[in-house]
Design a binder for this molecule. Sequence first.
Ligand SMILES: Nc1ncnc2c1ncn2[C@@H]1O[C@H](COP(=O)(O)OP(=O)(O)O)[C@@H](O)[C@H]1O
Ligand SMILES: [Mg+2]
Length: 228
Amino acid sequence: MLERETAHEPGAGRAGPEDGGTRGDDAAPPGVARRKDALRARLLAGRRALTTEQRAAAAEELRGHVLELAQELRDGPVCAYLPIGAEPGSTALLDGLRAAGRSVLLPVVPPRPGPLDWAAYTGPGSLGPGPLGLREPTTPRLGPAALRTAVLVLVPALAVDRAGRRLGRGGGYYDRTLGAVPPGVPVVALLHDGELLDEVPADPHDQPVTGVVLPTPGTVATGNNGRG
Ligand SMILES: Nc1ncnc2c1ncn2[C@@H]1O[C@H](COP(=O)(O)OP(=O)(O)O)[C@@H](O)[C@H]1O
Ligand SMILES: [Mg+2]
């Protein structure tokens, strides 16, 4: 797994507050930030320990599950992401969605903290160099409101719990973004087996997911989280 920040969670790797809890802009109980950081370290170590073969097998399973999930949806774009390192997912999944007739939108990190922008993935040739040496779409930026057209939103996560609480890499970008997803549209995190936990520490700003897809069990709905 990458030690550096990712294109979709560029705040990853920043130091937590010394007191481990008072991050300033909400009323999280003390210790949440510290518990998140400790859990991130454990999960990232777990991902680093996966072999290339294990990562490829997981990506292939996830591709099948997500393509099945997408079959059940009405016409419309899927918002997805480009996985990096051991992150669950693949460009083969993006290509599979396109082959199934879906348009695929990928996140573009805004210059300042704010909601993610979106741009179309139209095949491997539509990717170019982005910030931090990562790839990103070279197609026109559609603006954050493009998310409102999605019929499925696939998000990266390090872990999710049974109530749908999501732990990201620490950038908070999806927490600033997912509030715009219309009610009833599934927001689904792709995980490796073992990353659906009984409980993930959460702050009031954390935006829930409606479900997860894991390589082995496949799609699992998370608890009632108000998204419908
Ligand atoms: N809606 C928001 N508005 C402003 N800041 C936010 C918002 N959502 C998250 N943040 C900030 O982003 C940072 C990282 O959030 P966190 O939930 O720990 O990361 P992640 O969701 O990537 O695991 C926190 O400092 C948090 O205050
Ligand atoms: Mg969060």
